[in-house]
Design a protein around this ligand. Structure first.
Ligand SMILES: [Zn+2]
Length: 75
């Protein structure tokens, strides 16, 4: 299972980036995408500590595979 590399901030180029996973009880609106009636893929928030840019990120490759199955090009 490969680590997903968040890289540098696309806005300011800083490497000071934190990833805040979304969870059921963090008190904020969760964002995510439903792939079935029972399954929602949560987005983690990736935040640049220099300029404050917030990105949303899917950090689990299993989830990416689910998205590929549902929305990806049919073969
Ligand atoms: Zn930045």
């Amino acid at each position: 299972m490969g680590e997903i590399n968040f890289g540098l901030c696309p806005h300011c180029g800083s490497a000071e980036i934190v990833c805040v996973p979304s969870s059921m009880n963090d008190g904020f609106n969760r964002s995510g995408i439903a792939v079935s009636a029972l399954r929602v893929i949560p987005f983690s928030r990736v935040i640049c500590l220099q300029c404050g840019l917030v990105r949303e990120w899917i950090t689990d490759r299993v989830h990416l595979d689910l998205l590929r199955k549902k929305f990806g090009p049919k073969r």
